[in-house]
Design a protein around this ligand. Structure first.
Ligand code: PEP
Ligand code: CO
Length: 396
């Protein structure tokens, strides 16, 4: 990746997890239209997050990143945005107060509409169809026709993101600090259409932070190529099959100046593997002298299926991975700078355990996620409380 970056230079590389649109002319027309739309977030805001990340790097602030696994178009109402915001604020208070630290709210909101999937197809009630890839790509409705990737949805995605941001801006009170948005930078043609220039820099105006998913984090592939050229903060998910030297290579490409406020590594090993794996990655960054911010996603490494084939996670495992992560960073002279959670303020029953002691038999009661199981309100507050306590432990 030594040649010049352009908004479309990623097209020369292998791009995994891209939808297979049948009507390429329709896709091109929709993208051309989106390129002409007003910017969603400003360059100044993107730079503001970069500034705040400097404080995270120094240990003066902590990242609370959270939201749905797959955000839905239907959720861009003032009520939905308001209750989601309130939960994030309550969680932030539970972290801020005991730890006496500033909390950066980064919501998986206003654009978290595209999902990577392990399987391209699934069979429901005897019918084979595309898996749901997020509202930006196809419909959740389990019918073959509805599941076809439809480029028109991208236009709707832009509009829902704009509406959600408008509500966020109306509802957010600055006394709660700064509020930022993030989504997985997955669908590269769409992200390219949201790329614009400001003050002689390129940036993506669709979110303040974009992250690369665990499945698309390869140094010599399209996602890294696209993201290296924009000024936004970049997250990189690291899963159990990742190779430390590959992540080193990715960080070097994304952050050639070794800025301390550019790359957020999001570790998601699972509570059983984190002790064996995280130190390798911490040491690899230290040996290469790379400046990175570390967060933990205690959700994606702890997913399992019940005997009835329901995808779930147990709060014990989520809590354990957070505990291990704090301890390991301290032991290896590093710092945990944040948590990354999938959650909802709704009264859902998707994850097990917690104070309400949800059992597998409770899951069917209110299992509403369009993708991965989320913490409900009480479970989210419980985890936030734990984070506040662990962060407050003296010794840093
Ligand atoms: C996600 O954050 O919803 C996700 C798909 O994560 P990962 O890329 O870590 O599997
Ligand atoms: Co998820």
């Amino acid at each position: 990746m030594t040649t010049a970056w352009r908004t479309d230079s990623w097209q020369r590389y292998r791009a995994q997890q891209q939808p297979d649109y049948r009507d390429q002319a329709h896709l091109a027309a929709v993208l051309r239209q989106i390129t002409q739309h007003p910017t969603l977030v400003t360059f100044a805001e993107v730079m503001r997050l970069r500034e705040q990340l400097r404080q995270v790097f120094m240990g003066q602030a902590f990242i609370l990143q959270g939201g749905d696994c797959a955000e839905r178009f239907a959720d861009c109402t003032p009520q939905k945005v308001s209750t989601r915001l309130q939960l994030m604020q309550q969680m932030a208070a539970l972290i801020r107060t005991p730890a006496n630290i500033k909390v950066l709210h980064i919501a998986r909101m206003a654009g978290q509409y595209a999902k990577p999937r392990t399987h391209a197809f699934e069979t429901i009630a005897g019918q084979r169809m595309h898996t749901f890839r997020g509202d930006n790509i196809n419909s959740f409705t389990p019918e073959p026709q509805q599941r076809e990737p439809n480029p028109q949805r991208l236009e709707q995605g832009y509009r829902c993101a704009a509406t959600t941001l408008k509500h966020l801006r109306n509802l957010w009170s600055p006394t709660h600090g700064d509020f930022f948005t993030a989504h997985e930078g997955l669908l590269l043609a769409y992200e390219q259409a949201l790329t614009t220039a400001a003050e002689r820099h390129w940036y993506n105006h669709g979110a303040h932070l974009l992250w690369i998913g665990n499945r698309t984090a390869q140094a010599e592939q399209a996602h890294v190529e696209y993201l290296r050229g924009i000024s936004n903060a970049i997250g990189v998910k690291i899963g159990p099959t990742a190779d430390p030297q590959e992540i080193v290579a990715i960080v070097r490409i994304l952050n050639p100046d070794n800025a301390c406020n550019r790359v957020v590594l999001i570790a998601r090993f699972g509570c059983e593997k984190v002790q064996a794996l995280l130190p390798r990655f911490i040491m690899a960054m230290q040996q290469a002298a790379l400046n990175v911010i570390w967060t933990v996603d205690p959700m994606h490494g702890n997913t399992f299926y019940t005997a009835h084939d329901v995808k779930t996670r147990h709060l014990h495992h989520v809590a354990a991975e957070i505990q291990h992560s704090f301890a390991l960073h301290r032991r290896y002279g590093s710092r945990l700078g944040g948590v990354h959670l999938e959650l909802s303020d709704d009264n859902i029953t998707e994850c097990l355990g917690g104070q309400d002691n949800l059992q597998t038999s409770d899951l069917s009661r209110a299992y509403h996620t369009a993708c991965d199981p989320r913490l409900n309100r009480n479970q989210s507050l419980e985890i936030a409380k734990l984070v506040g306590e662990l962060l407050a432990v003296p010794g840093d």
